[in-house]
Ligand binder design. Structure first.
Ligand code: SAM
Length: 328
């Protein structure tokens, strides 16, 4: 009764009903919401606070920005979803809000596209050094196999590609990245793909706060795709990733085999020049996982200036508990 009454009170106001309809369609910043509702920021903020307090909305800080979205868990969240479903899409006020939201989304896509265009040539330069990305994505999907992907967390999600590839098979997929620009591209890509259970969040993967990021319940699958070579001490990221896994969780790591392309450090901010199996084994030992399947994907054309991609699947040990340092 209490939750229902508080929830109904928090919804029963025209602007708040509009907010519910709006945030059911997209996650938005306060500035964007004020543009849609055409109301002052303090007023909008007051409404938002009330709805967050009632458990109808969730607030996600992203650096200096704050995003709002419909809450996903809890009784008030169920109420919010039920009321949203009752709203008429062709109501003239809601239809106007939806049209202004589309304009904002379009502006976001344009901004993301221009950042992408500025950087695409740099990224392409590296991609040319190894097997086409599609082959790696296919190998990753094969390694995940038929097993349930469940809740997927993609650390260092970048443009959200892994979310697009594995997200359709996941119950829920969340990407984390520390670059606003990358997240903008990811949001645009995910909206275009229409992946409803997929979201991205701003966060430093060296200092994850699962509660604050809405990363609970714990993950069934964590992905680190072309991320670890940016870190001086990748084991620190692997440790953070392992904390997110549930008791049957798996970690899929795709990165380069050891190589000698020193220029990638200077030109592309790589800190580590690939990883040997024994180093990955040491990470697994450090976090109590075993190294399961390993795939090696050599470049299409051999050469000293080419890169081999490797994929390692780290799993919870089955049966006997291994001692640290023992081979899998
Ligand atoms: C080469 S991109 C890979 C993106 C994606 N995993 C993919 O394969 O398409 C590396 C990503 O890691 C992100 N990143 C680097 N350091 C990070 C950190 N400390 N926390 C979160 N993301 C980080 C970068 O912003 C970038 O988007």
């Amino acid at each position: 009764m209490r939750v229902l009454l508080d929830g109904l009170k928090a919804i029963a106001e025209p602007t708040r009903l509009r907010l519910l309809a709006l945030l059911a369609r997209a996650e938005l910043t306060v500035t964007e919401i004020t543009q849609v509702l055409k109301q002052s920021q303090p007023r909008v903020s007051r409404h938002l606070k009330l709805m967050v307090d009632a458990g109808l909305l969730k607030r996600f800080p992203e650096g200096t920005w704050v995003f709002y979205r419909l809450a996903e868990d809890g009784d008030a969240a169920a109420l919010g979803k039920a009321v949203t479903a009752l709203m008429e899409r062709d109501d003239p006020v809601l239809a106007e809000d939806a049209a202004r939201l589309d304009a904002i989304r379009e502006a976001r896509v344009t901004a993301a596209a221009s950042y992408f265009a500025e950087n695409a040539s740099r990224w392409d330069e590296i991609r040319k050094l190894y097997l086409p990305e599609e082959a790696i994505e296919q190998a990753m999907a094969e390694m995940v196999g038929e097993a349930r992907i469940g809740t997927l967390i993609d650390l260092g999600t970048g443009t959200g590609r892994m979310l697009e590839v594995l997200g359709p098979r996941a119950d829920r997929a969340i990407g984390i990245d520390a670059s606003h620009e990358m997240l903008s591209i990811a949001r645009a890509n995910l909206e275009r793909s229409g992946l409803a259970n997929t979201q991205v969040r701003y966060g430093n993967i060296l200092r994850l706060d699962p509660g604050a990021l809405g990363l609970v319940p714990k993950a069934d699958t964590v992905v680190l795709h072309h991320v670890l070579h940016f870190f001086e001490h990748p084991v620190e990221v692997v440790m953070q990733a392992a904390r997110l896994l549930n008791e049957n969780g798996r970690m899929l790591i795709a990165d380069f085999a050891p190589h000698a392309l020193e220029r990638l450090r200077a030109e592309h901010a790589h800190r580590r020049l690939g990883f040997a199996d024994r180093e990955v084994q040491a990470w697994a030992d450090a976090v109590g996982l075993t190294v399961g399947a390993v795939r090696e994907l050599p470049p299409a054309e051999a050469g000293d200036d080419r890169l081999t991609v490797k994929i390692w699947l780290l799993e919870k040990p089955k049966g006997a508990v291994r001692r640290a340092g023992e081979a899998a």
